[in-house]
Design a protein around this ligand. Structure first.
Ligand code: MCA
Ligand code: AMP
Length: 482
């Protein structure tokens, strides 16, 4: 199916049209709820949107959304898109401290949370279903405000640290979300007959923008699992006759270690992204299942940027060619990948200085990834301009972890880096200077301050950290400390 990527429509408008055209088509399967059709998704998302509107949520109001993948989470996401109230997805592992930062940045009018938890200053609706909201009727006029968002209105604010500093909210417009989904629908030949087995969290662009967005825009169907397990995914593929699976490399590493690996052969397409897929793992997957896993590259700020081709050579170790609508170049001095296109965001939420710094003078977004492009156009990511660590597909900013660790009385100085690991890609490792204390104590200290995936899994005590003449820690030399 070919969709023009610059079509001036919004994702919710396109979805309502598709649900109306094929109301009985099964679209979303979740544990407990089973299948929901297009007509049911339309009705349920309208009901939740109506109730949110009656509760006072208006277009433009930010709403925090965080929960394990389930039907109510998807319905709430769709309801917010339909209301034009920017969705602010948050990792379910975040501690109160991490959520407080997001709240302070975007000042949401409400939080829809899968698990009831305190969020100072923000009304919490939990569980995420219509029962937590005042019932509204069409007579309230709430329906009148549905599906009115324009292509340039903000649809989603995704938190990311970019290349430096504290996490900031990348504002994705309705056009960005629509174009991002349309590009992968076209590139991966998504059709209404496809069915995606999805075990991704639904609080990142990978799960929300690519898996869910692509499925819904193409009129296909999606089986949403509450969490990733090897058997859960393989069972879902066979029971639901799934044709697609998208995962991060850690998931593929676990699948490759399973005696059931060959079952991936049933898929039309398996896609990997969010972190580098080692070429050795790519080969192991091909040897064990025949799947030539298609690796792609994207960011919260841009949705998807490049992809190995559906037809043609899928070259392991590369992230392929620019997606439809994406222009890509390398900065001549640094090799940093710079991009432009209809899915690329235009601002960080209320951070004009960061926004200005993120774009070149002629309007290209600086990704912070360092790349090399082969003669035939394949992009290889060779490094990162930032110190970002990627573990299991989640991003960790060393500085945030260091700042927290410096608060511990035994730690005088600290550097945090990612060490290579076959399963996780990188493992968060802390090099501490001070009076050694037990790992248990340090982990207990980190517990309320850092989401579990950010907490160091390895601890090293060293005499001193290598610093350059400016006094800055030299991370490459820290790595050599072992
Ligand atoms: C879980 N743990 C982790 C991670 N995940 N630690 C480090 N890195 C992680 N990614 C912790 C758990 O909290 C737990 O800690 C311990 O590891 C063991 O948990 P386990 O059950 O093995 O983990 P899991 O539940 O199986 O999770 C592994 C996972 C998960 C399925 C690979 O990390 C995951 O869903 N990753 C996908 C992330 C993703 O969607 N990223 C996209 C963002 P404890 O024992 O202390 O409790 S990037 C993006 O969106 C851009 C646009 C892109 O390009 O896609
Ligand atoms: P996020 O800020 O969470 O959206 O993460 C985006 C970052 O993930 C990118 O800037 C890359 O560094 C990384 N990333 C995404 N896909 C890939 C990939 N296929 N290979 C290597 N890195 C990737």
């Amino acid at each position: 199916m070919t969709l023009p990527v610059t079509l001036p429509v919004t994702l919710p408008a396109a979805l309502v049209a598709s649900w109306t055209a094929a109301p009985d088509r099964p679209v979303l399967w979740t544990t407990g709820t089973g299948w929901l059709t297009g007509a049911q998704l339309e009705e349920r998302s309208r009901q939740v949107a109506r109730r949110l509107a009656v509760a006072g949520v208006r277009a433009g109001d930010r709403v925090l959304l965080s929960g394990a993948p389930c039907a109510d989470l998807v319905v709430s996401y769709l309801a917010l898109l339909r209301l034009g109230s920017p969705v602010v997805p948050a990792n379910t592992a975040y501690t109160e401290r991490e959520l407080a930062h997001i709240v302070a940045e975007v000042r949401p009018v409400a939080a829809l949370l899968g698990e009831a938890r305190a969020l100072p200053g923000v009304p919490v609706v939990s569980p995420i279903d219509a029962s937590g909201l005042p019932p509204g009727t069409a007579a309230d006029g709430a329906d009148a405000v549905l599906d009115r968002a324009g292509p340039e209105d903000p649809a989603l604010i995704g938190f990311t640290s970019g290349t430096t500093g504290a996490p900031k909210g990348a504002v994705l417009s309705q056009r960005n979300l629509h174009a991002g989904a349309a590009a992968v629908v076209e590139a991966w030949r998504w059709t209404p007959d496809d069915r995606l087995a999805c075990a991704l969290p639904l609080f990142h662009m990978h799960g929300l923008g690519v898996a869910l967005g692509g499925t819904l825009l193409s009129g296909a169907s999606i089986v949403v699992l509450p969490r990733f397990t090897v058997d859960g995914v393989l069972d879902a593929i066979s029971e639901h006759r799934a044709s697609l699976f998208f995962g991060v490399p850690t998931m593929y590493s676990r699948l490759a270690g399973s005696a059931r690996l060959g079952e991936l052969a049933a898929l039309r397409l398996a896609v990997s992204g969010s972190a580098p897929l080692p070429a050795t793992l790519w080969s192991a997957l091909q040897d064990g299942s025949g799947q030539r896993v298609l690796e792609r590259y994207g960011m919260t700020e841009t949705v998807m940027l490049t992809s190995n081709p559906y037809d043609g050579e899928r070259r392991p170790g590369t992230v392929g060619l620019p997606l439809p609508g994406v222009s890509l170049r390398l900065a001549p001095d640094s090799g940093v990948v710079e991009v432009r296109g209809p899915s690329v965001f235009s601002a960080y939420w209320q951070r004009p200085a960061d926004t200005k710094g993120a774009f070149t003078g002629d309007g290209w977004f600086r990704t912070g990834d360092i790349g090399a492009v082969s003669e035939d156009g394949y992009l290889t990511l060779v490094g990162r301009a930032s110190e970002l660590i990627i573990s299991g597909g989640f991003n960790i900013y060393p500085r945030e972890v260091e700042d927290v660790l410096r608060g511990h009385p035994a730690i005088g100085d600290v550097a945090v880096i990612g060490l290579p690991d076959p399963e996780w890609g990188e493992i968060v490792t802390a090099y501490c200077v001070g009076d050694p204390v037990s790992e248990e104590e340090l982990m207990a200290y980190c517990g309320p301050l850092l989401a579990s995936f950010k907490r160091p899994r390895r601890w090293r005590w060293v005499e001193a950290l290598p610093r350059n003449a400016m006094g800055k820690v030299v991370r490459d030399q820290v790595r050599e400390l072992g």
